[in-house]
Design a protein around this ligand. Structure first.
Ligand SMILES: [Zn+2]
Length: 213
């Protein structure tokens, strides 16, 4: 079996999606890109995270041709590979329907930089256009809305985070969910005070080494 360690990471972080409350059931998906070998390791379609074993993880190339695995790759495969094709700073993706980011998504709202940790996403988190799940159109609008960022809210759908490693991508997804919750709570009481763009840029550049790979 190729890439046993990365397969285990996909299984482990899938379970973490559930235990951290970032998803329920089979919602969301994860992948890792081994850039030097043109290999994408992605969670299988429609399989419970608690039931997923390392051998269920699907290995494909960027064109979607299966290299190893008997399962179907996640239906959001196009939304993962568009980043691996176009951005060399992203080698792992976490996609979730986490409740607070998804709340913003159904309002068609992004998240401004209301707290310094929003800088983990590289700056304010934009909201994409709505497109049907699993389509190339969704992949493209997610890509466009995530330019120069590491997270995006997907309109009427959920959120996505990308980074140089699965640990980082997961961490960003988890923190953005907390940030969305704080933003929502703050909006319930009044108008959140936002940080200046220059400050967020400064914090973002200081954060590059803040999270382990
Ligand atoms: Zn989804």
């Amino acid at each position: 079996m190729l890439y046993p360690d990365e397969r285990k990471l996909i299984v482990e972080y899938g379970k973490k999606l559930l235990s951290s409350g970032l998803t329920k059931g089979t919602g969301g998906n994860l992948s890792i890109f081994k850039r030097d070998d043109d290999v994408v390791l992605i969670s299988p379609s429609g399989l419970e995270y608690t039931q997923t074993r390392p051998e269920d993880v699907v290995l494909t190339n960027l064109r979607g041709e299966v290299i190893e695995g008997t399962r179907k790759p996640s239906s959001e495969f196009p939304m993962h590979v568009v980043f691996y094709r176009e951005r060399t700073d992203i080698d792992a993706i976490v996609h979730t329907h986490s409740p607070f980011c998804t709340t913003l998504s159904v309002l068609g709202r992004g998240m401004p930089a209301h707290h310094y940790l929003v800088a983990l996403a590289g700056g304010d988190v934009r909201c994409s256009e709505y497109e049907t799940f699993g389509t190339e159109e969704l992949a493209q609008t997610a890509f466009d809305a995530m330019r120069e960022r590491y997270a995006v809210i997907l309109k009427n759908h959920g959120m996505m985070a990308g980074a140089s490693s699965l640990n980082k991508a997961f961490y960003i997804a988890e923190e953005m969910e907390l940030m969305a919750e704080v933003y929502w709570r703050a909006c319930c009481i009044g108008e959140p005070m936002l940080l200046a763009e220059e400050e967020i840029r400064k914090v973002a550049s200081g954060m590059k080494t803040y999270v382990r790979e």
